[in-house]
Design a protein around this ligand. Structure first.
Ligand SMILES: *Cc1c(COP(=O)(O)O)cnc(C)c1O
Ligand code: SF4
Length: 452
């Protein structure tokens, strides 16, 4: 059967689809029972949520199962390793006990490296009075991450997402925090911080009224060090109506205006994984509305097998972003968590794709940096492959470092065509990478810190 894009209601309400109701989607009913069951198996382990906009406007149902937007939002068999897939599949066939299914799911999840890059132990900041702030991370000097407790979800979930442990009900893993005041206190105690990055989940899942309270608390605090509020969000891509027709859309835009009028820079860190996400009228209008508030939109995405491992697509996507007034910012390498074995791209291939895309765009698109790994020591970019005195090497560089002094010094690793992450690489000319000793000392100091 051939699908036509539905005639779309111009002020739709969000309808979510998860494991419990995805079989109601007419397009899903057209797939074989086997395929539906596979989705159920994977969806019991990894988070899964789609919505009416993604299903009706972004996915090309004539192109299943390859369609990138389909792979981005619906669980795919390959996302679980065979042994894990079989385990969950057998559990579902033999049991309908929710508790037993949940236990098996958690057992599998714990084997998927739920907290890569030492996020839990290494980046949790502490107030001077000793309070640990589990709703924050502070890794790079100028920028701290803030996870509002109301934004631990998104308008739909990306199947590759490294934030997945927050969405699957493993409660002790949630980095949630109730109070904006603690954030302000931390900013007072750390005058080196200029940027606060609101993240989640997706902060744009918040009602404008709640988001406004956080913004007002920051504005009212008149912190001399604070220059920029960033919002990490995929809302433009998954639910542009947030800024168009939702009943608090105008209020949300007013909140943005208030932030920019107060003299702070409001930076929208927008996730766009594929050109398709930039093609609907609604996303284009939403981008205009957000920019009209004085906010700036910067864009980022990981490089993902089965979704966007195509240099031409990246070149077109960056060009389209520039045309729409957005600033290409980062291309990331997929993190070492969850379904990396499915989405991962080798560093060699990532470098090729980045270079082939970068060379096709105008200088205004070359604000993008990558391919970058957000690893334990910092953000490491693969600058290229070089041959020095007959030895083939990766040339690497820190864009951000746990120690700011590591930044912007080229260093080298032995070329390895199968390497997909920093941990896979061996130093080229020394026993250890230049940062390793200092990093080990830092980890040790964290491990012996008294728990509050
Ligand atoms: C990427 C990242 C930031 C922001 O880094 P920029 O290069 O300034 O965009 C901040 N904190 C963490 C933990 C990050 O991974
Ligand atoms: S929108 Fe962001 S946080 Fe939410 S699932 Fe996608 S990548 Fe993860």
């Amino acid at each position: 059967m051939t699908y036509q894009k539905t005639v779309w209601d111009e002020s739709p309400s969000l309808k979510s689809y998860t494991l419990s109701n995805f079989r109601d989607i007419p397009q899903i009913q057209e797939l074989s029972e086997q395929k539906q069951f596979e989705m159920e198996v994977v969806g019991n382990v990894l988070p899964f949520k789609a919505n009416n906009y993604v299903i009706e406007q972004l996915i090309d149902w004539n192109n299943i199962p390859e369609d990138p937007m389909f792979v981005l939002t619906f669980p795919q068999k390959g996302m679980l390793r065979t042994e894990h897939f079989e385990k969950m599949s057998n559990t579902l066939k033999n049991s309908s006990d929710r508790k037993e299914i949940a236990e098996v799911a958690n057992e599998i999840r714990l084997q998927l490296n739920p907290h890569p890059a030492g996020q839990m132990e290494l980046n949790v900041p502490t107030l001077k009075d000793g309070t640990k702030l589990y709703g924050m991370q502070h890794k790079y000097k100028e920028t701290c991450l803030f996870f509002p407790s109301q934004s631990q979800t998104c308008h739909a979930y990306c199947s590759f997402c490294f934030r997945w442990p927050q969405f699957v009900g493993m409660d002790e893993m949630k980095f949630a925090m109730k109070e904006g005041e603690q954030l302000v206190q931390y900013l007072v105690e750390h005058p080196e911080i200029t940027d606060v990055l609101f993240t989640g989940g997706d902060p744009m899942i918040m009602k404008a009224k709640i988001f406004s309270q956080y913004m007002q608390t920051l504005i009212d605090a008149k912190l001399p060090n604070l220059r920029t509020i960033r919002i990490g969000t995929k809302s433009l891509s998954y639910w542009p109506y947030k800024f168009l027709t939702d009943n608090d859309a105008d209020l949300m835009l007013d909140v943005f205006r208030n932030v920019t009028k107060s003299g702070l820079h409001l930076a929208f860190m927008a996730h766009f994984n594929h050109l398709t996400e930039l093609t609907t009228d609604s996303v284009k209008r939403a981008i205009q509305e957000v920019r009209a508030t004085g906010a700036q939109i910067r864009t980022q995405s990981p490089l993902l097998a089965h979704i966007n491992d195509d240099a031409n697509m990246w070149a077109e996507m960056w060009t389209k972003q520039v045309q729409l007034g957005c600033i290409p910012y980062y291309m990331f390498v997929v993190r070492d968590t969850g379904a990396q074995h499915y989405f991962g791209v080798s560093l060699e291939k990532a470098n090729k794709i980045f270079r082939n895309a970068y060379k096709k765009v105008s200088g205004l698109g070359r604000t993008v940096r990558g391919p970058s790994m957000s690893a334990t020591p910092g953000k490491v970019v693969v600058d290229g492959v070089v041959t020095i005195k007959g030895e083939k090497l990766f040339s690497l560089r820190f864009l951000q470092g746990r120690n700011p002094d590591w930044v912007q010094k080229p260093f080298f690793a032995k070329f390895d065509e199968s390497a997909i992450w920093l941990d896979d690489l061996k130093p080229a000319f020394e026993e250890k990478f230049f940062f390793e000793e200092e990093l080990a000392t830092f980890k040790k100091s964290k491990a012996t810190e008294p728990n509050q």
